[in-house]
Ligand binder design. Structure first.
Ligand SMILES: *[C@@H]1O[C@H](CO)[C@@H](O)[C@H](O)[C@H]1NC(C)=O
Ligand SMILES: *[C@@H]1O[C@H](CO)[C@@H](O)[C@H](O)[C@H]1NC(C)=O
Length: 521
């Protein structure tokens, strides 16, 4: 337990303060996608999703509380964040909203611009979309970019460019993605084929994380598949085909090497030379999280035909139900972490809240009896994740939640404008249409407006256990890419980015489901 953690409330008290936990799922699953025949499905063409068509008007509170009004507020917040960045930090990676400066924490690739394009398109910000496109066309030049983190570059930049291409059909995004792909190919030049964590985009050199020696993290090798596969589908480049094979080979290796005693759950640290696991620590949160997510999403992306990904995902679900669920109070589900040979920790990251979305997305794979359990599990985790917001004095969640032997609940860390809970609410809404998920999303949005909005943009909080929390000086690029996008989609109709056509990468970028991706021998 970190020293900064503080006891807030005893669980029993906490639950009685009016946090209405969800009731067991009893719906008929009519909205779930089970029973549909996927085989004959034709997918949307590139550029086939229409540009957003909202009217540009300043929202006013007398617009009412319907979804249109709420979308207008989310749009206004997005524009505010975008304009602050554009005014003070244009071309840098991220805005520091308090000091009004930009910073290059991703190598100087204009991360906020590239990461925002899909959101601008979906929300219908034509001028801003065109500004971003012109910047990509004329300013985004990887020749001047030195060392980057491969994983972050793949999910934010490559994913952002490919999503922009899939949505708009504009070739410039594809060409930049191809250029970036070529520069990342060298990352796979290791004994195992696990990619190096860091590479220079403008030279041939790659290297390791400063903290982990010759070891790599599960999420960073296991959640790059959607992006490289999407690239290979559209590109005739030899390197794109090779990238796809490298990325898929990583998953095959994990299947071969992974310890089996915890079913599909595998530890987060691997040796880049031997391919062996370097520790026994299992978590669904960071730094493993999106690996579990990509097993399912990779299967969906390819039109649900590649059994390896599906089977590995189902093993993960078995593992979660067998080892990870811990109840610490009525209506609260904490997912524990398995710390090798020592005691499990009842600790859950904000990161882990991506999980309900993945479970509802995978519902079509559950048997009839399993379906109720999966849905109830997704609801319970979502309630707990939303609880991390509602139980906090400022209405915004800390980075971690942990429960000790005496059932005291601890929170630690600030609020980083993270997306996982708005993402969970989006998926829960899509699969149940229970109004509470929209209400919860709105409550979170109001707290963000209240505590994170600055004159310039939005900023993180360094603490959450306060009725007047102190602000930090950072607006991560995922705030526009994910947090605001998922809120907007939560208040949109289901055919806006239909889950029949789109699969979201772990940075919130929608990529087309592409059954033709599968090679036919
Ligand atoms: C690569 O980019 C870095 C800046 O990020 C620069 O310092 C370095 O000189 C560049 N190298 C080449 C070969 O262009
Ligand atoms: C969800 O929570 C309820 C209430 O605590 C519990 O009865 C139920 O078993 C939980 N469901 C799952 C699948 O964990």
């Amino acid at each position: 337990m970190s020293s900064s953690a503080r006891v807030l409330w005893k669980i029993a008290v906490l639950v009685s303060v009016g946090f209405a936990h969800s009731t067991l799922y009893e719906g008929s699953c009519s909205s779930a996608r089970s029973g549909e025949d996927w085989s004959g499905e034709t997918s949307l063409p590139v550029g086939g999703e229409q540009f957003g068509s909202e009217r540009d008007e300043t929202p006013r509170f007398n617009l009412g509380t319907g979804p249109e009004s709420r979308r207008a507020f989310v749009r206004e917040a997005t524009l505010h964040a975008w304009r602050g960045y554009a005014e003070k930090a244009w071309g840098t990676d991220e805005l520091q909203p308090l000091s009004g400066r930009g910073k290059n924490n991703f190598g100087g690739v204009g991360a906020t611009i590239v990461d925002s394009i899909s959101t601008l398109y979906i929300m219908g910000f034509k001028d801003e979309f065109n500004e971003a496109k012109s910047w990509v066309e004329s300013e985004l030049n990887f020749d001047g970019v030195g060392e980057v983190i491969v994983f972050e570059t793949v999910i934010r930049i490559l994913g952002g460019l490919l999503s922009a291409y899939h949505l708009s059909g504009e070739e410039v995004f594809l060409h930049k993605a191809e250029d970036l792909g070529r520069r990342l190919q060298k990352s796979f030049a290791t004994k195992t084929g696990f990619p190096f964590p860091r590479c220079d985009l403008n030279s041939t050199s790659c290297g390791f994380h400063r903290d982990y020696g010759r070891h790599v993290l599960l999420a960073e090798i296991g959640s790059i598949q959607l992006e490289f596969r999407a690239l290979s589908f559209h590109s005739n480049d030899q390197s794109a085909a090779a990238l796809r094979e490298h990325a898929e080979r990583v998953i095959e290796m994990l299947k071969e090497m992974g310890p089996k005693e915890n079913k599909g759950l595998i530890p987060y640290l691997l040796d880049i030379n031997s391919g062996r696991f370097s520790n026994g620590y299992i978590t669904l949160g960071s730094p493993s999280d999106s690996y579990f997510e990509y097993l399912l999403k990779t299967w969906i992306q390819g039109g649900r035909q590649e059994d390896m990904f599906r089977d590995m995902f189902l093993e993960v679900m078995d593992g979660i139900f067998a080892f990870m669920r811990v109840y610490v109070g009525d209506g609260i589900t904490i997912l524990q972490e398995l710390a090798g040979n020592s005691q499990p920790r009842k600790k859950m990251d904000h990161f882990t809240c991506y999980l309900p979305g993945v479970v509802t997305l995978g519902l079509e794979l559950a048997s009839l009896e399993e379906r109720k359990t999966w849905m109830s599990f997704a609801e319970n985790v979502t309630s707990t994740c939303f609880g991390m917001y509602r139980w906090s004095p400022c209405g915004l969640a800390a980075e971690h939640i942990e429960v000790d032997e005496d059932d005291f609940l601890y929170f630690s860390g600030g609020y980083m404008l993270r997306p996982e809970v708005t993402e969970a609410l989006f998926y829960m809404w899509r699969s149940t249409h229970e109004p509470k998920y929209r209400e919860w999303g709105w409550e979170i949005f109001e707290s963000i407006e209240r505590w994170c909005r600055t004159d310039l943009a939005f900023t993180v909080l360094v603490e959450t256990n306060s009725e007047d929390p102190a602000q930090g000086d950072s607006m991560p690029s995922f705030f526009i890419a994910e947090t605001l996008k998922y809120l907007y989609l939560l208040f949109s109709d289901d055919d806006r980015l239909s889950l029949n056509n789109w699969v979201f990468n772990t940075e919130g970028h929608p990529l087309l489901i592409t059954p033709g991706l599968i090679k036919t021998e």
